[in-house]
Design a protein. Structure first.
Length: 201
């Protein structure tokens, strides 16, 4: 299972206009790759404006003038005006979820099949940061589950390093049963909670 992490995307451009003594800045809020939109506050000493809609923009004249009211800007205009900024953006992080057998640090076959895809992505991106977080369901004691989730994350770490990833670029964390993907009561064997999440940045 592969997901894209949601994060805030915005663009800033210094604009030089005819008749303007000083350049103005324009800030545009653009959608995330998955289509979601965050919220961005643009502020200075004179006031603030909040952007919360896709392709919404404000202009900022200087630090002593309140940012303009928000206005819509077309996708075509964004592509032309911010071409350099868009080209310089890093690709968004990619997230993979791998599942494990009950009470074990052994991957289920379907998740084992995803390993080659993760390795390919890390190589293609030349990733300098990979985060692996281990998780369990609620079966068993909390301290046991913490250790088990750490073992699962370490298993993912070992596989990536064995296939060429740089150990120093990988961060391993353990959540035990403290961050359930599917909320359950205690002592519930939920397959989707027995997992590691691998984020490739």
């Amino acid at each position: 299972m592969k997901k894209t992490i949601t994060y805030l995307l915005y663009l800033t451009m210094i604009l030089f206009c005819a008749g303007c003594r000083t350049p103005q800045s324009m800030v545009v809020l653009i959608p995330n790759p998955d289509g979601t939109v965050g919220e961005l506050e643009v502020s200075n000493e004179a006031g603030n404006q909040v952007l919360s809609e896709a392709n919404q923009a404000v202009r900022v004249k200087d630090r002593n003038t309140k940012p303009s009211e928000g206005f819509a800007i077309s996708a075509d205009e964004i592509r032309v005006t911010f071409a350099d900024a868009l080209a310089a953006q890093p690709p968004p992080p990619e997230k993979f979820i791998l599942y494990f057998k009950p009470g074990s640090s052994e991957l289920i076959p379907e998740s084992s099949a995803l390993l080659s895809q993760i390795i390919q992505v890390t190589r293609k991106r030349g990733s300098s940061e990979v985060v692996i977080s281990g998780h369990t369901d609620t079966v068993g004691a909390r301290d046991y589950n913490y250790r088990l989730s750490l073992q699962r994350a370490q298993e993912g770490f070992a596989i990536l390093v064995a296939n060429g990833a740089v150990a120093e670029d990988i961060k391993v964390t353990s959540h035990g049963e403290g961050n359930l993907l599917v909320k359950t009561a205690d002592e519930v064997a939920e397959p989707r909670n027995r997992r590691i999440e691998v984020v490739v940045k």
